[in-house]
Design a protein around this ligand. Structure first.
Ligand code: ZN
Length: 173
């Protein structure tokens, strides 16, 4: 039957699209798992000028973010804490990305990251940001898992609290 054959062809196209998505997911997971196993900037600097604490009770993630500011510029960003792979990887990538940024650039980066993981950006926006965001793009996949968004954004909310010298611990609740 000719019609059956035609439908088979369409299925083939769909399958290829599926495989690409799968590959993308695996690639992203590898980046996330690498940051989870070998977190960058995992330390408490003795000379931190700004610090804040964050908790995500939905998952049990805890993070302390430390910043060393020189005037308006972040000289050093680091963190400590315990949590799931997503929360640790996000904090690790964030601290890498913050080095050398001004306070204003850090806040803009946070806003971009939040819209990335919440899925408020189009694919076109993501493409144009790709080189800038680097590893952070790996976390765009969490938008498919709403419960995980809090894991991915915890470190960022905590970093903003540190910048604003807030003594109130951040909670995603
Ligand atoms: Zn988590």
């Amino acid at each position: 039957c000719g019609r059956g054959g035609h439908r088979g062809g369409q299925t083939g196209v769909l399958m290829r699209g599926h495989v690409q998505d799968q590959e993308l997911r695996e690639l992203y997971q590898e980046v996330i798992l690498d940051h989870h196993r070998y977190p960058r900037n995992f330390r408490e600097p003795p000379h931190a000028t700004h610090r804040a604490e964050g908790v995500n009770p939905f998952c049990g993630d805890r993070v302390n973010v430390y910043l060393v500011l020189d005037g308006d510029r972040i000289r050093e960003a680091s963190f400590q804490g315990s949590g799931c792979a997503i929360s640790t990887a996000s904090a690790s990538m964030m601290t890498d990305a913050l080095m050398g940024q001004t306070r204003e650039e850090a806040e803009a980066m946070c806003a971009r990251f939040l819209s990335l993981v919440k899925g408020e950006k189009t694919d076109k926006d993501l493409d144009s940001d790709a080189t800038e965001a680097g590893d952070l793009d790996a976390l765009a996949g969490v938008r498919q898992f709403p419960v995980r968004i809090k894991c991915a954004t915890l470190a960022w909310h905590t970093m903003i609290a540190a910048l604003h010298e807030s003594d109130v611990p951040v909670s995603t609740e």
